[in-house]
Design a protein. Structure first.
Length: 202
């Protein structure tokens, strides 16, 4: 099995954009479609759409967040009830994230800060907070750990969590996890699996 570490995954993205001619928007759209299709397949399987009445998408302020916003827009276009919870404790975000957010707003999708998310039973969640860029040496603020705790609590109450590329808070190279790491039920990864989701305990 081919596995990708953080550096190789970033190098592939760089190669696709600089050498092959892909745009960031195209890569994001493909990733968003892949996640949306996986979620839709899950909802249509065993009538899961009867249990999970709405989709809560947590979007970070980097590349993983880009994919999350795109996924939300695509699911919304298929008439699935979608809420976006923006995970950002300041106003800093990629320019492309601002554009994706604007597209979602124009589409009529409800967007709120993740700190306002209320935990309930049987919630379907898509984790698009951190991807392979997660730095395990970085100390997360109380804001982030509180949001992560809400997502994991939802899982314990019958929720189902999809993660984009790799569950947020897992070391993409070693698989090391932390108290706050997202406990995903399913991960939709791109190109090849990341080392961190194959290596124990990730």
């Amino acid at each position: 099995m081919i596995l990708l570490n953080k550096k190789t995954a970033k190098d592939i993205d760089k190669y696709l954009i600089e050498d092959i001619g892909y745009t960031i928007d195209l890569l994001v759209e493909q990733a968003g479609c892949a996640v949306a299709n996986s979620v839709e397949k899950f909802l249509l399987s065993s009538n899961n759409y009867l249990k999970y009445r709405e989709i809560n998408i947590f979007a970070g302020k980097g590349n993983n967040g880009l994919d999350a916003f795109a996924c939300a827009r695509i699911l919304n276009s298929k008439n699935y009830p979608v809420n976006i919870w923006e995970v950002n404790d300041n106003d800093n975000k990629m320019e492309e994230v601002s554009l994706q957010k604007k597209l979602c707003t124009v589409s009529g999708i409800h967007i709120s800060n993740a700190e306002n998310f209320l935990v309930d039973s049987n919630q379907l969640i898509i984790d698009g907070i951190f991807g392979v860029s997660f730095n395990p040496d970085r100390r997360l603020s109380d804001y982030y750990t509180a949001v992560f705790a809400k997502i994991n609590k939802s899982s314990m109450l019958g929720g189902y969590i999809f993660s984009i590329d790799i569950p947020s808070g897992i070391d993409p190279d070693t698989g090391n996890i932390f108290d706050f790491s997202i406990r995903a039920n399913r991960t939709v990864t791109f190109i090849f699996p990341k080392t961190g989701i194959i290596s124990y305990p990730g």
